[in-house]
Design a protein around this ligand. Structure first.
Ligand SMILES: *Cc1c(COP(=O)(O)O)cnc(C)c1O
Length: 380
């Protein structure tokens, strides 16, 4: 039996020298660098509260699109589109203007399953098929006769499993590869030749706030949008309208200006540090610290058994039943180390830690010291 947080656990004070400089380890909304927040505040009267149809804001949108293209190394002919609603809205958007009538999905956790569900309920999509695997693993995506879109999730944020971004062998050459990169983009390598749409919400690996979706689209994906132009679609979910606005560095309706600004801050910061290669090395280092810690600890085990499937950006660690993960996270929170809780629906005695590029490897090392200290106190 797990014991509830007792008065003693509530009183545990982690020694100051063990604490990370920044205690935000959530998988989304995730740590936004204080430097980005300061830069936003410093815009004072020149940006927030000004028209999104004017140059000041359009210039920032242009930087967001250009920065994403540079970060991902997009070839000529690709476009970065954006609009309101986040990755969840993008699933519906994709159903209208990217999936013709049959989508095939890799389903291995909460987020990948939600996209499949959204399309199963869409009356304009005839067939939705899946390759599924148990939480903690990813399925191999097999080519399906007639599938015109394949749905991959680069990093399943709910379980800490990453999968390769690759066109399924044997897929129809005209089929689109749609990649949910919400928690992977900016922190993991990707080859643009392997996707047609690489979409994300910016409050995860890209250390901004929620409310927007961004999608890097290949020429083939841009063509598909035109091919499906005759299908009825609500204007707010219409990728054709989003595309026509995005290429003019604006959005169809008012976007969250702070979100765009913070995204640009993070993307340009990563580019300044050395781009995706630097970011991937950093998330690899940070996540490696945690996996090594769990491997070495008697009461902890990486949840994802296969090292090749272990995410470099969201680390999930199972705890022995002698350690109550809920109590552990509560003690950490009381000490300013927050959002290490497991994904609620997974229902495991687990912690989940984001090691996105904004998180420093040094803070992750401090986190392991905090974990050692608290586990020592609360283990039965
Ligand atoms: C968080 C998340 C989403 C949903 O993002 P919203 O901005 O809440 O719509 C989708 N996919 C993945 C992989 C995520 O991590």
């Amino acid at each position: 039996m797990f014991r509830a947080m007792t008065d003693q656990t509530a009183d545990i004070r982690i020694p100051l020298e063990l604490l990370p400089a920044d205690g935000r380890f959530g998988s989304g909304p995730s740590k936004v660098r204080v430097e980005s927040l300061r830069a936003l505040a410093e815009t004072g009267t020149s940006y927030m509260g000004t028209s999104h149809r004017q140059k000041t804001v359009k210039d920032v949108v242009a930087r967001a699109r250009r920065g994403m293209a540079e970060l991902l190394g997009l070839p000529d002919g690709y476009e970065v589109l954006l609009g309101n609603g986040g990755a969840t809205a993008f699933w519906d958007i994709a159903g209208f203007r990217l999936v013709r009538d049959h989508s095939h999905h890799a389903v291995f956790g909460e987020f990948s399953s939600k996209f499949a569900q959204a399309l199963e309920q869409a009356p304009h999509i005839a067939t939705v098929t899946t390759d599924e695997s148990a939480p903690g693993t990813h399925p191999v995506l097999t080519a399906q006769a007639g599938a015109d879109a394949y749905a991959l999730t680069q990093n399943e944020t709910s379980t800490g499993v990453c999968m390769p971004v690759a066109r399924p062998a044997g897929a129809d050459p005209d089929a689109l590869v749609l990649v949910d990169a919400t928690s992977g983009a900016g922190g993991m390598h990707v080859d643009p030749a392997e996707f047609d749409v690489y979409y994300l919400s910016p409050q995860k690996a890209l250390a901004s706030d929620g409310g927007l979706w961004l999608a890097a689209c290949s020429p083939r994906a841009l063509e598909r949008i035109d091919d499906l132009a005759d299908r009825w679609c609500p204007a707010s979910l219409d990728l054709l309208i989003a595309r026509d606005n995005s290429v003019k560095d604006q959005t169809y309706n008012t976007p969250a200006l702070a979100t765009i600004f913070l995204l640009v801050e993070q993307v340009e910061w990563i580019l300044g540090q050395g781009g995706l290669q630097w970011a991937a090395a950093r998330t690899g280092e940070s996540s490696g610290v945690l996996y090594d810690w769990a491997d070495a600890h008697d009461l902890a085990t990486p949840f994802v058994a296969d090292p090749a499937m272990r995410s470099p950006v969201v680390v999930t660690i199972d705890l022995d039943e002698r350690v109550d993960a809920t109590a552990l996270c509560a003690v950490l929170r009381a000490n300013g180390v927050v959002d290490t809780d497991a994904y609620r629906k997974l229902g495991r005695n687990q912690i989940r830690v984001a090691t996105f590029p904004a998180v420093t490897p040094d803070d992750v090392r401090h986190l392991t010291a905090c974990l050692d200290y608290v586990i020592e106190q609360i283990a039965e």
